[in-house]
Design a protein around this ligand. Structure first.
Ligand code: HEC
Ligand code: HEC
Ligand code: HEC
Ligand code: HEC
Ligand code: HEC
Ligand code: HEC
Length: 423
């Protein structure tokens, strides 16, 4: 008799295990597809859609047309593949000439795989719905558990519990039937009912069980709030719609305009600053993108003219000017001091290190979390660029003086510089 319940118990065990595995696997693939959506939106939608030809071909089914290896190589650097004479690459390049695809060397193999997972899956109910921001934010605090894993775990616990309850009943019924067959007297149904109530009551009094439930609830709630707290105020992936469709990919990437041309401040002051429309007019008083827009002035460039009250026919500016209200993307709280020139000019950090591959962004998004942890980690890793730097030269000189037992004054440390005491 016991054999049967033992058998069922082992079935319950293996089923639970199976469910657990299935759900984890599922959540992993869902998660990578979710990362894929974000990347696809950021990097590919400028030229591709799943089901329609845009600048490049429709991508639906491309994972069937080509091998994964080919796709990874192509997406990371299509130009190199064409140059190397890969027949498939050359063929598609000739088909779409003169349009070319931007290389994405910054995408890791994993990134590309997740994009491919998304292309394969298509626009399903979109697990990324809670916000690309949240998905990336969780990735950013790399040791945080993702929402998916968490919900997967909860689902597993609930399902396993249900299975155990159901199978337990089945086992009981079967055992009772066998007892009946053997002529053993079985208690009446009411008795069983009463028994069950008593069982529940007993369970409610069972300290171990109560303790277990409380621990579960506490773990769940604290994990949820811990993750919630870490992601408050973290806006990785934030990508607001700007009043003019200004593309960094086109200007800084394809046309190779130096960042400095527009963000002069980044090299010499605290703020990088957004250029005024007059900077745009250096080119856009004659660049009208008419060819792209059927011979008409581009509606996006018309917005610049309107804001400046500029008449392209007479080339005159009117008096009714109003600035374009760009939506600010990167924003530290007021209590944190960050200086661009110190990082860009003194330390020689590249803009992309903090802002991501701006020159490939059709629309700018926040690539780094901008959390204190992020600042601190970089400060721990990056070596200062002390060569030919007056500040460090003074420091080294002061250090030598100290070693020799000479006195070191604030003046030696630069305490006579006007800027140390005056704003
Ligand atoms: C600047 C526009 C542009 C961007 C951005 C772009 N592509 Fe392309 N893509 C193209 C063009 C154009 C082609 C056609 C081949 C060529 O001319 O280079 C192409 C071809 C492809 C192909 C080959 C399709 C086939 O049928 O074999 C794949 C795959 C692809 N792109 C994936 C991507 C992915 C993934 C991204 C985002 C990470 C991306 N592309 C971003 C323009 C772009
Ligand atoms: C032709 C002018 C121009 C060039 C060149 C240019 N930018 Fe910009 N940039 C802008 C404008 C206009 C905005 C505001 C609109 C927007 O966010 O797209 C901006 C916004 C940004 C932002 C987001 C600012 C915020 O609100 O937080 C960053 C970061 C940035 N640029 C970095 C760069 C980097 C890095 C380069 C060089 C690779 C570069 N830009 C080249 C004009 C330019
Ligand atoms: C150094 C020259 C230069 C500067 C400065 C410049 N642009 Fe451009 N811009 C271009 C070129 C070149 C094109 C591509 C035109 C084409 O495709 O025919 C372009 C295209 C555009 C387009 C796309 C038009 C369309 O319909 O496709 C917009 C919008 C735009 N620029 C906005 C701006 C804004 C806003 C600024 C100032 C922050 C700016 N540009 C500064 C050279 C410049
Ligand atoms: C060490 C990291 C780092 C580097 C390097 C860096 N930035 Fe920034 N950038 C930031 C942070 C942090 C902010 C937000 C500043 C704030 O809110 O006070 C920011 C903000 C900006 C803004 C928004 C306007 C502003 O001034 O606050 C622009 C535009 C910008 N950066 C452009 C650039 C350009 C162009 C470069 C390269 C020349 C660059 N950044 C290099 C970290 C960096
Ligand atoms: C890409 C790496 C990197 C990141 C990210 C970064 N920093 Fe720095 N930071 C540096 C380096 C390198 C220096 C040293 C520059 C020098 O030699 O003066 C520095 C110096 C500084 C200094 C001056 C320290 C001193 O002793 O005078 C301040 C303040 C600062 N960073 C603030 C920040 C803040 C705030 C953030 C985050 C918003 C941040 N940094 C993010 C690399 C980074
Ligand atoms: C150690 C700090 C320190 C340094 C370094 C320093 N100053 Fe001053 N400075 C002061 C203080 C404090 C005052 C205000 C004194 C007062 O009001 O009597 C002042 C006042 C002044 C004033 C007078 C302002 C007024 O309204 O009367 C000028 C001008 C001035 N400083 C210029 C400079 C210049 C230029 C340098 C660099 C060569 C410099 N200071 C370096 C601390 C400093």
């Amino acid at each position: 008799m016991r054999n049967i319940s033992l058998f069922f118990r082992s079935v319950v065990k293996s089923l639970t295990l199976l469910f657990f595995l299935a759900i984890t696997a599922n959540s992993v693939s869902a998660q990578s597809a979710a990362e894929g959506v974000t990347l696809f939106k950021q990097k590919c939608t400028a030229c591709h859609a799943l089901n329609a030809k845009v600048v490049g071909p429709a991508l639906k089914g491309v994972t069937d047309r080509r091998s994964e290896e080919w796709l990874i190589k192509w997406i990371r650097n299509s130009q190199a593949m064409i140059a190397s004479g890969d027949p498939e690459a050359v063929k598609i390049f000739n088909e779409y000439k003169p349009a070319v695809m931007t290389p994405f060397p910054e995408l890791t193999e994993e990134n590309v795989k997740s994009i491919l997972a998304y292309i394969k899956e298509g626009d399903k109910p979109a697990p990324a719905a809670p916000g690309d921001v949240a998905a990336q934010g969780a990735g950013a605090s790399s040791n945080g558990i993702s929402d998916f894993a968490l919900w997967g775990l909860v689902a597993v616990i609930v399902i396993a519990f249900l299975i155990i309850v159901v199978l337990n009943r089945v086992v009981k019924t079967l055992e009772r039937m066998m007892l009946k067959k053997q002529g053993v007297l079985v208690e009446e149904v009411e008795l069983v009912e009463k028994d069950r109530l008593a069982g529940l009551k007993k369970l409610a009094k069972n300290k171990k069980f109560i303790f277990f439930v409380i621990i579960l609830v506490v773990i769940f709630m604290s994990t949820a709030s811990w993750m919630g707290m870490w992601n408050t105020g973290v806006h990785t992936g934030y990508q607001p719609v700007q009043p003019i469709k200004f593309s960094h990919q086109l200007h800084a990437g394809i046309n190779k305009i130096d960042c400095q041309y527009c963000h002069t401040g980044a090299y010499k002051s605290k703020n990088a600053s957004i250029p005024s429309l007059n900077v745009c007019m250096n080119c856009h008083n004659y660049v009208t993108a008419a060819e792209k827009n059927g011979g008409q002035l581009s509606p996006e460039i018309a917005k610049i003219y309107r804001a400046l009250d500029y008449n392209p026919d007479t080339k005159q500016y009117g008096n009714n000017q109003k600035p374009i209200e760009w939506v600010r993307i990167h924003n530290l709280p007021d209590f944190a001091y960050f200086n661009h020139s110190q990082h860009v000019n003194v330390a020689g950090v590249k803009c992309q290190k903090c802002h991501g591959p701006i020159q490939t962004m059709e629309e700018v998004y926040q690539a780094s979390p901008l959390t204190m942890k992020w600042c601190i980690n970089c400060h721990k890793e990056t070596e200062v660029n002390h060569k030919g730097n007056a500040y460090y030269n003074k420091l080294i000189a002061a250090h030598d003086q100290l070693k020799k037992g000479e006195k070191v004054t604030p003046a030696v440390l630069g305490g006579l510089e006007c800027g140390k005491c005056h704003y």
